[in-house]
Design a binder for this molecule. Sequence first.
Ligand code: ADP
Ligand code: TYD
Length: 212
Amino acid sequence: MLITFEGIDGAGKSTQITKLVRHITNQGVDVLSLREPGGTAAAEKIRTILLDNSHNISPIGELLLFSASRAELVQNVIMPALAEGKTVILDRFFDSTTAYQGYGRGIDLGLLQSIISLSTCGITPDITFYLDIEPEEALKRKFAKSSIPLEFEGEELDRMERSGIEFYRNVQKGYQEIIRMSPERIVSINALESIPLIHHKITEILMDHFPC
Ligand code: ADP
Ligand code: TYD
């Protein structure tokens, strides 16, 4: 089974994934938790290139790098794990490409679709949890523990996070459109709820959809 988490940076994905992995592992399920971009030695190097804020990368270059990282992860890790019957939990998958490179950067959605099919070998998640939050709130939350201001200029912000608030608003609109197109796969959850309540909702939804 493939479970993915989506949402803008700071929505709470990694927090929920950590709790879910613990929960499912305690039930004796064989779980593999991965993140995109990354997850193989080569894909982690691509991640470093993508997030390095000293790099000036074109939208198409960015799309191809995210897609190269995904192709590595899908073919070398995800497909073998699914074939062994493991449950794979993925922090971001192709919906991120549609939201960020499609709606955020403005790349043609038809072109994106072909590249997504190529990089995923046609794999689709069984279920996707979208953590819904306003960009301002998510970014405030993400940087709450640091001294980074919200002006998107700080040296410590990664290359994607320097894209500006307008970019993130477009990404959020993109996610809303993606959910409208795939209501059977994507469950939207209010990310402003407390961490334990969101976790409880996620485990209830998984039990409803996939009993046993
Ligand atoms: P993401 O993986 O989506 O970027 P994180 O899980 O890293 O987000 O969360 C970003 C920050 O927000 C962390 O400091 C985390 O502790 C905090 N956080 C996560 N979920 C919640 C929540 N539901 N309410 C308040 N703070 C949260
Ligand atoms: P990361 O730190 O993993 O994200 P988060 O803060 O949500 O934990 O950084 C990954 C960044 O890459 C994030 O800004 C989203 C972006 N991204 C894309 O633009 N396209 C993609 O296809 C993927 C997988 C990620």
